[in-house]
Design a binder for this molecule. Structure first.
Ligand code: GLY
Ligand code: MN
Ligand code: MN
Length: 439
């Protein structure tokens, strides 16, 4: 399925957009977990987007100022049988050329020697400073050398800039083949939610539910969870990034699950569902759930060409605030509560984010004072919620919260594709109506 993605076409587009400037894009490195154990490898998404190469420490050069056949250069870890017997095989320079469409491949140790020459003649250098200290030193040294010799050579790359302005705009608008992968990530994630919900009963531990979800991700061929799965019973759901997942589920509580898989080619699902542990909503839970569901459904409808993420957020926010006023958890007019931000002890996050190779995917939300308009091929999560707990102070002028509301945390999150017509809810297989959740 990874072959679905045509990395070479993508590189051609990137090279054209560089307009004569060179780009240096480093891969991710292994990260120590503890002692001499490392976390599973996670490739840098920009590097992956352009190469499909899944090894650490490589460095890709994109050189539009050079002839065809030497514009995509990759520095890789060389073949080393003594190392590979411990850590697994590497593609090496020949493998990089044969399998990844690389024009020229070098061992990583040659980067310092070759970089100056490769960058010579470029109109500028695209490199993200502040993220890759070792490579940054080499890039800056190569750039300095060029500047030092520019009066003699008559050539120098005079500007250093971040490649994200080009690359992240490309990543924001998904190609049709990427959307197929995102549908697959959402399908697996949604099915896992359904399986987990049917498994849930009082007195089991949150971690057992996490195991069911993540087992399904792996069984379906995904790499694993896209982020730390959140399995939060009762009041734990009011901690937005709760990942301890170590409490017993109680009858009468809600369970919030925020989990999605990451495919082998890093496309992600990100879904949240909230439902009663014993299969029946209490009156207070039902009241709040209906408000969040109405807000979420209206906001999903707003994910259409020409609208923007800010507008989607405001649609959800208005319905949440209206509902909370009606239930007596807020007082005032909808407009004044929103203007003053006096809802933030109950709803403290935004309603969505771009989704793609990163869960919180790249791409601007605003360009200066203008919000970025939604276009076909963009994917946005829609995830309003209400979280009632004692953690944040009630703002002045707002009512103290009665005990029977406390310990209720609800979020409903779908992954939504902007199309030329209706919004396409990629995660729609995970049920969310009250009737379905109580069936
Ligand atoms: N699971 C992370 C998020 O919903 O943004
Ligand atoms: Mn999300
Ligand atoms: Mn989420």
């Amino acid at each position: 399925m990874i072959n679905l993605i045509d990395f070479s076409k993508r590189r051609e587009r990137f090279l054209a957009k560089l307009e004569g400037k060179a780009a240096v894009i480093p891969a991710a490195s292994m990260v120590v977990h503890h002692a001499d154990c490392e976390y599973p490898f996670r490739q840098n998404s920009d590097f992956w987007y352009l190469t499909g190469f899944d090894e650490p420490d490589a460095v890709a050069l994109f050189l539009p100022h050079r002839d065809k056949g030497e514009q995509f250069v990759l520095f890789v870890r060389p073949k080393e049988p003594e190392n590979e017997v411990w850590h697994g095989s590497r593609w090496g320079t020949n493998g990089a050329i044969e399998h990844f469409g690389v024009d020229i491949a070098h061992p990583l140790s040659d980067l310092e020697d070759y970089l100056v020459d490769y960058l010579l003649g470029a109109k500028g250098i695209a490199f993200r400073v502040g993220k890759h200290p070792k490579i940054e030193t080499l890039v800056l040294r190569a750039w300095c050398k060029q500047l030092d010799h520019s009066s003699k050579s008559g050539q120098a790359a005079f500007g250093l800039f971040a490649p994200c302005s080009i690359l992240h705009e490309m990543r924001l608008r998904k190609e049709p083949e990427e959307l197929e992968r995102m549908r697959e990530a959402a399908r697996i994630s949604a099915e896992a939610h359904e399986i987990a919900r049917r498994f849930v009963r009082p007195e089991i531990n949150e971690r057992q539910v996490q195991a069911v979800l993540e087992n399904y991700f792996l069984e379906q061929g995904a790499r694993g969870p896209a982020y730390g799965s959140i399995v939060a019973g009762g009041d734990n759901a009011c901690v937005l990034h709760y990942t301890a997942n170590n409490c017993t589920l109680r009858s009468g509580d809600l369970l919030l699950i925020d989990a999605g898989c990451s495919l082998v080619d890093y496309y992600n699902g990100d879904i949240t569902r909230t439902f009663p542990v014993n299969g029946r909503f209490t009156p207070q839970q039902r009241d709040l759930y209906e408000v969040v569901l109405a807000a979420q459904r209206a906001a999903v409808e707003d994910v259409v060409v020409g609208h923007d993420a800010e507008g989607v957020h405001l649609t959800a926010l208005r319905i949440l605030v209206e509902g909370l006023i009606e239930l007596g958890l807020l007082v005032g007019s909808t407009e004044s509560v929103i203007a003053e931000g006096s809802y933030r002890h109950l709803y403290m996050h935004r309603t969505g984010h771009w989704l793609g190779l990163d869960v919180h995917d790249v791409g601007a939300y605003r360009l200066g004072e203008y919000p970025v308009e939604l276009e076909e091929g963009m994917v946005l999560t829609v995830e309003p919620g209400i979280y009632v707990s004692d953690r944040l102070a009630v703002p002045e002028g707002q009512p103290e919260i009665k005990d029977h509301w406390k310990g209720i945390g609800i979020r409903i999150e779908d992954d939504v594709l902007v199309t030329g017509n209706e919004p396409e809810v990629l995660s729609g297989d995970a049920l969310k109506s009250i009737d379905d959740l109580e069936a």
